[in-house]
Design a protein around this ligand. Structure first.
Ligand SMILES: [Zn+2]
Ligand SMILES: [Zn+2]
Length: 347
């Protein structure tokens, strides 16, 4: 079968690889129907995710069909259409029992990182019972791919950890797909101000159409000043950092209000400076971490009811065999007006 294989910083290939086989009785083999590229894959391609080793198949998002099952998988049968969670969870270890699936002692974020992932014709999913979800027949299976990671991450790590609440002000630093997923899901909680910050006019325009009350262009490095003007000099109650760079951190830190929350969504490959000489008196709370994907079932219901429209996050549709071009488009998002690039396998 074909797979997108990582060969170290800047090196990848779409090439033949052995078809995955069942390894444990709790595994499933899923024939991938749709997958997508994540900002995290770009971080891996830059060499800033040390756990991703050379030779691994990338990708941690997708919808597919169950093709083989280990004897101890009980929730699924062959032929079921399934959503793959970016987080693998055994459901039994201490962290899983706390609902911290992201830190499962035999899982967590391993797909397309420490084990072969979803940008392939087939993928082996460990702990299938805890790591797959049924996709209803009538559901929009392409839109559902947005649930594997970005919608649940935007909601859990951005909106819920950041404690977005009615009437509050929110700034989302970085209007890429996961920032926009936070923007969409923040609206479940009716904040008064929803400010997006980016340097790409296309993404800012899209953020307005998705519900941003203000879109701040930081081309001239005046984002902090502009946000202060929008908040009577107070800063915002909730800052969601969705870039994953020291510059993204610096902006976020500078605009969080006294008593506010700063939720880090970005994947950081470099250290940042916490300016404690200013921040010690700010009474702010910072959160950062992995998604647990516990909100996937709830998000599925909101998609099926039409309240949430995940296709608004997809800008490009391609064949899986065009994935190298898909990476070029996603990595040069401003040039191509790209959000998520969805790739489909012919089944
Ligand atoms: Zn991802
Ligand atoms: Zn576990």
């Amino acid at each position: 079968m074909k797979a997108l294989v990582f060969y170290g910083a800047g090196e990848k290939a779409w090439e033949d690889k052995p078809t995955p086989i069942l390894d444990k009785s709790t595994d499933a083999i899923v024939h991938i129907k749709h997958t997508t590229i994540c900002g995290t894959d770009l971080h891996i391609m830059r060499g800033s995710v040390p756990t991703a080793h050379k030779g691994v198949t990338l990708g941690h998002e997708g919808v597919g069909i169950v093709e083989e099952l280990g004897n101890n998988v009980t929730n699924f049968k062959i032929g079921d259409k399934v959503l793959i969670s970016c987080i693998t969870s055994c459901g039994k270890c201490l962290n899983c029992r706390k609902g911290f699936y992201g830190h499962c002692s035999d899982g967590g974020w391993i797909l397309g990182n420490t084990i072969n992932g979803c940008q392939a014709e087939r993928v082996r999913i460990p702990h299938a019972d805890g790591s797959l979800y049924h996709v209803p027949d009538h559901a929009d299976e392409q839109g559902f791919v947005m649930l594997s990671d970005i919608l649940s991450t935007g909601l859990e790590v951005g909106v819920l950890d950041g404690k977005v609440r009615p009437g509050c002000s929110v700034a989302i630093v970085g209007a890429g797909p996961v920032g926009l997923a936070a923007l969409i899901t923040a609206q479940f909680y009716a904040p008064a101000q929803l400010i997006t910050i980016d340097v790409d006019p296309n993404r800012l325009e899209i953020s307005r159409s998705l519900g941003a009350t203000h879109a701040v262009n930081n081309q001239d490095n005046t984002a902090v000043e502009q946000v202060m003007n929008l908040t009577e000099g107070q800063g915002v109650d909730v800052v969601i950092e969705a870039i994953g760079t020291p510059a993204g951190w610096d902006l976020s830190e500078a605009m969080v209000a006294a008593g506010g929350n700063l939720a880090v969504l970005g994947v950081h490959g470099k250290s940042v400076t916490l300016h404690l000489e200013h921040m010690w008196k700010r009474n702010f709370t910072m959160t950062a971490g992995l998604v647990h994907t516990t909100t996937i079932p709830m998000l599925m219901k909101t998609i099926i009811s039409g309240r949430l429209q995940p296709r608004k996050l997809i800008s490009h549709y391609m064949k899986m065999s065009e994935i190298i071009e898909g990476y070029n488009i996603f990595a040069n998002a401003a040039k191509h007006c790209a959000l998520k690039v969805l790739m489909t396998n012919d089944l």
